[in-house]
Design a binder for this molecule. Structure first.
Ligand code: C5P
Length: 218
């Protein structure tokens, strides 16, 4: 079975998907980490301000290898964890997310990874609409902007990343805008997705809810 969890930044998709994958013993595929890893490489090559990003992304895609180990992304043999959660990545990730060449490459990689494994939880914007529209369980996980900004702020503080709350909120708002308005694979609710609003709900509540949806499908 394929379970796809879609939704805006900071809705809790990663946490919920990780927990659910443990409970169901499913493979967990964090699609956002792939966009983040490509952005990491873009910054590493100091090409984030390039005039011709499509050309740069094409070169990056042709020269990197992406993989996953225990749910963490591996770029050219290097496991990336904290590095791809830095505010500098948040700032530039929409460049990778709105690139035609990156989206087409990653969508096809994600589809392959999902199909090659018998049970997978795919998490990320466009997983229910573009990557796996045939997933048996489709979830659109959301929460209010304030709540999503609070969660992201707490997460960053825990990782010792210093940033102002209002700045986190501004970045999330900006990403929402760019995610919902981009031409290819924009963030939207798939027709047959179950919408779950996690404002004022904890992770366990959301995981239980999806768990029971999965059980009913089996
Ligand atoms: O989920 P996460 O915040 O790690 O994703 C980082 C960024 O990657 C998002 O803001 C979004 O712009 C992009 N993304 C995407 N499609 C996906 C997953 C992530 O465009 N399937």
């Amino acid at each position: 079975m394929i379970i796809a969890i879609d939704g805006p930044a900071g809705a809790g998709k990663s946490t919920v998907a990780r927990e659910l994958s443990k409970r169901l013993n499913y493979k967990y595929l964090d699609t956002g980490a792939m966009y983040r890893a490509i952005t990491f490489e873009l910054i590493n090559r100091k090409l984030e301000d390039s005039e011709d990003l499509e050309k740069v992304f094409k070169e990056i895609i042709d020269s990197i290898e992406l993989d996953f180990v225990d749910g963490d992304i591996v770029l050219n043999g290097r496991i990336l964890t904290k590095e791809i959660r830095e505010p500098i990545i948040d700032k530039h990730v929409s460049k990778a997310a709105s690139s035609k060449v990156v989206r087409s490459f990653l969508s096809s990689e994600q589809r392959k990874l999902a199909i090659n494994s018998p049970n997978t939880i795919l998490e990320g914007r466009d997983t229910t609409t573009v990557v796996c529209p045939d997933a048996q369980v489709k979830i659109f996980l959301t929460a209010s902007l304030d709540e999503r900004a609070r969660r992201r702020y707490k997460e960053l503080l825990k990782k010792d990343i210093k940033i102002d709350f209002e700045e986190v909120k501004r970045q999330i708002e900006k990403r929402d805008k760019s995610d919902t308005t981009r031409e290819i694979g924009p963030l939207k609710v798939a027709e047959d997705a179950v919408v779950i609003d996690s404002t004022e709900k904890d992770v366990e509540w959301v995981v239980d809810k999806i768990f029971s949806l999965v059980r009913n499908k089996r």
